[in-house]
Design a protein around this ligand. Structure first.
Ligand SMILES: Cc1cc2nc3c(=O)[nH]c(=O)nc-3n(C[C@H](O)[C@H](O)[C@H](O)COP(=O)(O)OP(=O)(O)OC[C@H]3O[C@@H](n4cnc5c(N)ncnc54)[C@H](O)[C@@H]3O)c2cc1C
Ligand code: FES
Ligand code: FES
Length: 466
């Protein structure tokens, strides 16, 4: 049961949260407690987008779509949530709702509210609305019956109709939100975090896109969930001449935006990270801390020789990302340590970078394998090479030994060597995503892709290009 006054704004109306179980999602709260049922549940795991809502956490232009099935109510206290009902109604529909009707973009209608939330978010974002941006905007929304052409047509037809989402004065600044036996602690800075680290038992959460797949997310005996997303020292992006430094709670979407000009080679793989809804919520720190062998960021950060700054009770320590992972879903962090920031050196101007992800679908899927490469060749001889792969071992793997064997070799010889000897350097496991044999063969294919890119002097080669 809720002890203190906890406020959420739904479609600009102030609502007090009472009598909820600590684990309830925003989606269940909207539907079951407030009968706001335009927001639908499809998969409850972030895959279908039927539950999409727009969240506005601060009093500025930061309205973004997220999956309401993947956030716990305790994370979003104080935010303004816009649901489909907040965009328009029968008597006064939103232009995109009308466009869906005019373009026959809806059949059973189950997915439609989610698509409209994604479409409105794109139109409001100020981005150019074209096939590419629409495809990206709706990559986290599934429609099983209409087909996507009318949906895309509907969004295009109102591409200049920005909606003014009302800006409201968000006054709820509760730092402790208690639901049942569980307290959500929301430090605003590292000093406050340090005090909270003294509490007896806790679990960190950032975006929750990984943790919230667990139900329940916390053993009730643990009693505290520390939300990292509000800590100002974890929410910065600083660009220096030779590197970019990002706070651990920077979202994947903001990471993507920040590297567009300096590291365009990363755009494709970052844009294929989940969907806009996942990227708006998921963080860099969260991705590394899950320590998944198929997390998309680790291979990129490894070939760029990135450092991780770890914050704990005794201060800050720096470690190279290659030393961060310790075993399957294990890393070097102690229970009371967090990723404070990540320092990513820009690649040497003489080098070329490539990053490829193979998955069952192009969008909204996690990797079966991935490969990142940072390479310099002179007169067809490999002078510098760093490669790291996901999905080939219990942890993301830097292929240092293989790279060493390829140095100072002619490109063609080095690629032949790598493909012929790959099984001496990696021994991938078989699982539902792919067999060990498939992973080895697919990796060899990526080496051949590298060879083609370098031979043809290509800056990049999309995974969709042959
Ligand atoms: C539908 C869907 C699609 C996805 N697609 C992809 C994909 O394409 N590629 C990919 O790599 N991943 C993907 N993911 C996984 C997930 O979204 C990412 O790993 C995301 O970056 C996790 O970040 P988060 O902030 O949400 O982590 P959370 O869920 O908040 O936290 C994950 C873990 O890290 C800990 N933690 C979080 N931040 C910190 C910190 N700063 N310091 C210490 N500990 C911390 C938490 O305690 C928790 O144990 C997907 C997930 C879903 C549900
Ligand atoms: S219900 Fe499918 S993404 Fe939330
Ligand atoms: S209209 Fe039926 S699922 Fe999209």
């Amino acid at each position: 049961m809720t002890d203190s006054k906890n406020i959420i704004y739904i479609n600009n109306k102030k609502v007090e949260v009472t009598n909820v179980y600590h684990d309830i999602t925003l989606l269940d709260w909207l539907r079951n407690y407030h009968k706001i049922t335009g927001t639908k549940e499809g998969c409850a795991e972030g895959d279908c987008g039927a539950c999409s809502v727009i969240i506005n956490k601060k009093n500025k232009e930061d309205s973004k779509p997220i999956n309401s099935c993947l956030v716990r109510l305790g994370q979003v206290i104080g935010s303004n949530i816009t649901t489909i009902e907040g965009l328009g109604c029968d008597k006064n529909p939103h232009p995109l709702q009308m466009a869906f009707s005019n373009e026959y973009a809806s059949q059973c209608g189950y997915c439609t509210p989610g698509f409209i939330i994604s479409g409105v978010s794109l139109i409001n974002s100020g981005k150019v609305v074209n096939n590419d941006t629409i495809n990206d905007a709706i990559s986290g929304n599934l429609c099983r019956c209409t087909g996507y052409s009318p949906i895309i047509k509907a969004i295009k037809s109102v591409s200049n109709r920005k909606t003014k989402l009302k800006k409201i004065e968000i006054i709820n600044k509760e730092k402790k939100v208690r639901f049942g036996n569980i307290t959500y602690l929301k430090p605003n800075n590292l000093k406050e975090l340090k005090d909270y680290l003294e509490v007896k038992s806790f679990q960190f959460i950032a975006g929750g896109t990984d943790l919230n797949l667990q139900r329940p997310i916390i053993n009730e005996k643990e009693s505290n969930i520390i939300c990292l997303s509000f800590i100002k020292e974890l929410n910065f992006i600083k660009k220096f001449k030779e590197k970019i430094v990002l706070g651990g709670a920077v979202t994947i979407e903001n990471f993507l935006d920040s590297v567009r000009s300096k590291m365009p080679e990363l755009i494709e793989i970052l844009q294929r990270f989940g969907s806009p809804q996942i990227r708006n919520q998921g963080t860099i720190g969260g991705n590394l801390c899950t320590s998944s062998p198929i997390g998309d960021l680790a291979p990129l950060l490894m070939v760029l020789n990135s450092d991780i700054n770890v914050f704990g009770k005794n201060g800050v320590k720096k470690t190279n990302i290659k030393n961060f992972f310790k075993g399957y879903r294990k890393n070097i962090l102690k229970k009371d340590e967090i990723i404070l920031s990540i320092e990513i050196p820009y690649p040497n101007k003489k080098n070329k970078m490539f990053s490829w992800k193979l998955s069952k679908r192009y969008d909204q899927d996690i990797s079966t394998i991935s490969l990142a490469i940072n390479i310099q060749t002179q007169k067809n001889i490999i002078k510098e090479i760093q490669m790291a792969a996901g999905g080939v071992a219990a942890t993301p793997k830097s292929l240092d030994k293989l790279c060493k064997s390829m140095l100072e070799k002619k490109l063609d010889d080095a690629i032949d060597f790598a493909t012929e000897n790959l099984d001496k350097f990696i021994q991938p496991i078989s699982d539902l995503r792919g067999s060990s044999h498939y992973r080895l063969e697919a990796m060899k294919g990526l080496f051949r892709r590298l060879q083609i890119c370098l031979r043809q002097d290509k800056e990049s080669l999309s995974i969709m290009e042959v």
